[in-house]
Design a binder for this molecule. Sequence first.
Ligand SMILES: Nc1ncnc2c1ncn2[C@@H]1O[C@H](COP(=O)(O)OP(=O)(O)O)[C@@H](O)[C@H]1O
Ligand SMILES: [Mg+2]
Length: 172
Amino acid sequence: MKPILYYIQKWRGDIPVTDNQIIAVFNERHPETLKDIQALGLDPQFIGTGSSRKVYRLTETMVVKIPYYNSTQNAQEILVIERINRESELEHLRPHTPEMFYGNKKTGVSLMKYYKPISSYASVIRKTEEVGQLFFQIGVYDLGGNNFRLDTDDTIVAVDLGCANEPVPEND
Ligand SMILES: Nc1ncnc2c1ncn2[C@@H]1O[C@H](COP(=O)(O)OP(=O)(O)O)[C@@H](O)[C@H]1O
Ligand SMILES: [Mg+2]
């Protein structure tokens, strides 16, 4: 069986595959490993890693997070993001929460918007500490350094929400 995205690229010549096409294929195939994702015809470019996930850029605007150790951290992160998007009293966190296009709690794989690296200006670092405090208030800890990145308009985004006091209730 030929990979779906291979066909999409064939049809479209040199027009790159879109984020929405990738999201649709993830929803259909639910790839689990880097190999599975490459087999879809994609060419993931490694961005960074921490204690449990490897992150790859798929397009200009989208990354994939793949667990390599303790996939519960990714499942936890998916729950936290869903909770922030659902609960109106957590609206103040939304500008600092990564946009998630696909999140699979079983495999731990997620698709997110790409955020650029943070600058090392003291004023930015101070702001990351303030944002970290806001997340700490809802039980998310371990935010610092590389776990912050910047949105296109330079808003600080906490890209690693995987460390949260368990359990994060789904409907509290
Ligand atoms: N949405 C994203 N856009 C760009 N880079 C990201 C994104 N999410 C994570 N990263 C980079 O990848 C690294 C590893 O991701 P992270 O979620 O922190 O994994 P871990 O849970 O293993 O620490 C991060 O430190 C960050 O620099
Ligand atoms: Mg991290």
